[in-house]
Write a protein that binds this ligand. Structure first.
Ligand SMILES: *[C@@H]1O[C@H](CO)[C@@H](O)[C@H](O)[C@H]1NC(C)=O
Ligand SMILES: *[C@@H]1O[C@H](CO)[C@@H](O)[C@H](O)[C@H]1NC(C)=O
Ligand SMILES: *[C@@H]1O[C@H](CO)[C@@H](O)[C@H](O)[C@H]1NC(C)=O
Ligand SMILES: *[C@@H]1O[C@H](CO)[C@@H](O)[C@H](O)[C@H]1NC(C)=O
Ligand SMILES: *[C@@H]1O[C@H](CO)[C@@H](O)[C@H](O)[C@H]1NC(C)=O
Ligand SMILES: *[C@@H]1O[C@H](CO)[C@@H](O)[C@H](O)[C@H]1NC(C)=O
Ligand SMILES: *[C@@H]1O[C@H](CO)[C@@H](O)[C@H](O)[C@H]1NC(C)=O
Length: 495
């Protein structure tokens, strides 16, 4: 689904006519966590070259926030990678989440660091072409920051490797955290990769398969029934146009433009959180709306007979399709074949940034299971060709840069992929995180190479924390405690 643009921030919108697409997933990133304790932290700039490998003469200002409330001379620096969103979305993690927890436990200085092209870069810098938005440049930014930053008000030299730095990231930033330990082992003393998507995949079919297996059985069964039934009705020329009308999209040209909407109700799985203040109920609400399996069939006004599952799915999708103005065609409202819709490049088009990373290096395209015997939560029409066509539409070949025909996932996977490992690299995963399909494999858990699976957890559940940690669920208190213990153990070995 098209609006899944931002791995996780789900906000982005392609153009006015597509504003109403259901929210999907697609960015492994974190849903911004709302502020709780809300103290203000000072913000600073660090000057970075636009290109670390070839001198362009251009620089940009990298934004970072500092929490010094626990710092004592001799303490480490705990840095959280902002990933693919504004670093201000990460302030709660600096205040009451993992950064504050680790800083408190180690007398450390807490820092959250913005990623090039996101947040302030976007509004203050003029480099709208994405040529310098890639893994290599972004990793070099962090290494340059760690080895050269001078913190205001602190006289000691806190640069790496003189001072130990602990690098933390969740989701895409989690992969970056693992990559930093592999790429810069002498600069990064220790890394924590939480839900780190270290294996880039062209087909991300396992994302929905994990949801299928983890969701309540009746809910999965209802989605599977409806998706299969609609795929069959669309495949039959007699019923193709009728089922589109039944979903409120009469005359729609592309079958996938209808069925891509079915991923929307599933996207809420990723937005679940143990913290009620940031949790989304949308997945369970959609499950409730899908009802329980039964054998009832319904004769529709359009002259097709559908199961109750399909009827209920149409009721959900109709909330969106009914918003198409009467004066517009279904293709205008819901179609994705007009490339012009994807070619606006003004600064409000923030979806273009993560999408560019997807199209060049990360992929994660929606697609059904490769083995047709696996029940699918996703329509067969929403395949890699469909999910990746935005790459050609949004980024036509330019004078200086051409998006590759398919993303160069090897750029990511050569750093270790599922098997990425290093001393003082910790892997934290959520048991039912759909992104686990792209996260490091289960391995032995040792103090030097911790591997922790948070029970019943979805996406980087350890990243946030409450002002009163005793109010957190036991499994969250436990993972925080384990992280404190292994980080303290690592630091005890620092020379
Ligand atoms: C950081 O850099 C931006 C862009 O150059 C500038 O607008 C802002 O005032 C700077 N902030 C600080 C605290 O220096
Ligand atoms: C900081 O750590 C101490 C124990 O070292 C603990 O008692 C206290 O609750 C922690 N504070 C926060 C805000 O985490
Ligand atoms: C969805 O909307 C279409 C168009 O208004 C309507 O014909 C159809 O009956 C609706 N389906 C359901 C299940 O409400
Ligand atoms: C279809 O499912 C809905 C939602 O669970 C339920 O209210 C309705 O009674 C069902 N209709 C039939 C005909 O089974
Ligand atoms: C699942 O659906 C069946 C009917 O098919 C129903 O008997 C059962 O109670 C449902 N289970 C749950 C957990 O809702
Ligand atoms: C649907 O009908 C089949 C065959 O008659 C039966 O085996 C099955 O239990 C029924 N399912 C439900 C949910 O009623
Ligand atoms: C594509 O969209 C543009 C701008 O939204 C519009 O001007 C143009 O007519 C559309 N083309 C087609 C073939 O619909």
């Amino acid at each position: 689904m098209n609006l899944k643009l931002n791995l996780v921030s789900l906000v982005p919108i392609l153009c006015a006519s597509r504003l109403d697409r259901l929210n999907g997933i697609s960015s492994p990133t974190a849903t911004p966590v709302s502020k709780r304790q809300t103290t203000s932290f000072p913000v600073f700039n660090f000057t970075q070259p636009l290109d670390h490998f070839t001198d362009t003469g251009f620089t940009w200002s990298q934004r970072y926030f500092v929490n010094s409330r626990h710092y004592k001379p001799g303490g480490p620096v705990i840095v959280l990678d902002g990933g693919e969103t504004s670093v201000t979305d990460r302030l709660p993690f600096l205040d009451t989440g993992i950064v504050d927890i680790l800083a408190n436990a180690t007398n450390g200085l807490g820092v959250i660091l913005e990623h090039r092209y996101y947040g302030a870069f976007l509004v203050t810098d003029r480099y709208r072409i994405c040529s310098w938005l890639n893994n290599e440049q972004a990793a070099a930014d962090s290494a340059n920051f760690m080895t050269n930053v001078k913190f205001a008000g602190i006289t000691a030299d806190l640069t790496a490797p003189r001072t130990p730095w602990i690098y933390y990231g969740g989701s895409y930033a989690g992969a970056r955290s693992a990559h930093m330990k592999v790429l810069y082992p002498d600069i990064v003393f220790g890394s924590i990769a939480s839900s780190g998507v270290t294996e880039a995949a062209i087909s991300n079919w396992g994302y929905y398969d994990i949801i299928r297996r983890a969701a309540p059985a009746n809910c999965s069964a209802q989605f599977i029934t409806a998706v299969k039934e609609v795929d069959d009705l669309l495949s039959n020329p007699e019923t193709n146009s009728k089922v589109k009308s039944f979903f409120g999209m009469p005359g729609l040209t592309s079958d996938a433009d209808l069925t891509s909407f079915f991923a929307g109700p599933l996207g809420g799985w990723q937005s679940k959180n143990w913290d009620p203040a940031v949790n989304s109920n949308s997945f369970s609400n959609n499950c409730a709306a899908m009802g329980s399996p039964n054998n009832a069939t319904i004769d529709t006004f359009q002259g097709i007979v559908v199961s109750n599952a399909t009827w209920n799915l149409a009721t959900i999708v109709n909330r969106t399709s009914s918003r198409c103005p009467k004066t517009s065609t279904s293709d205008e409202c819901f179609g994705t074949s007009n490339a012009t819709d994807f070619q606006q490049t003004d600064l409000s088009q923030t979806w273009r940034l993560w999408q560019f990373q997807v199209c060049t290096q990360w992929a994660y395209f929606d697609s059904p299971p490769p083995d047709p015997s696996i029940p699918s939560m996703l329509s067969k029409f929403v395949d890699v060709d469909y999910s990746s066509k935005i790459c050609k539409q949004a980024y036509p070949p330019g004078e200086f840069f051409q998006v590759p025909p398919m993303p160069n996932v090897e750029d990511v996977n050569k750093l270790g992929g599922f098997n990425i490992a290093h001393d003082r690299l910790a892997i934290i995963d959520g048991e039912v995180d759909p992104w686990r399909f792209d996260c490091p494999h289960i391995r032995e858990d040792t103090p030097l190479r911790p591997f922790k699976l948070i029970p019943n957890a979805v996406h980087h559940y350890d990243e946030n924390g409450l002002a009163d940690h005793s109010q957190e669920p036991p499994e969250i208190q436990a993972i925080h405690q384990q992280e404190v213990e292994f980080v303290k153990g690592w630091l005890a070995d620092f020379k």
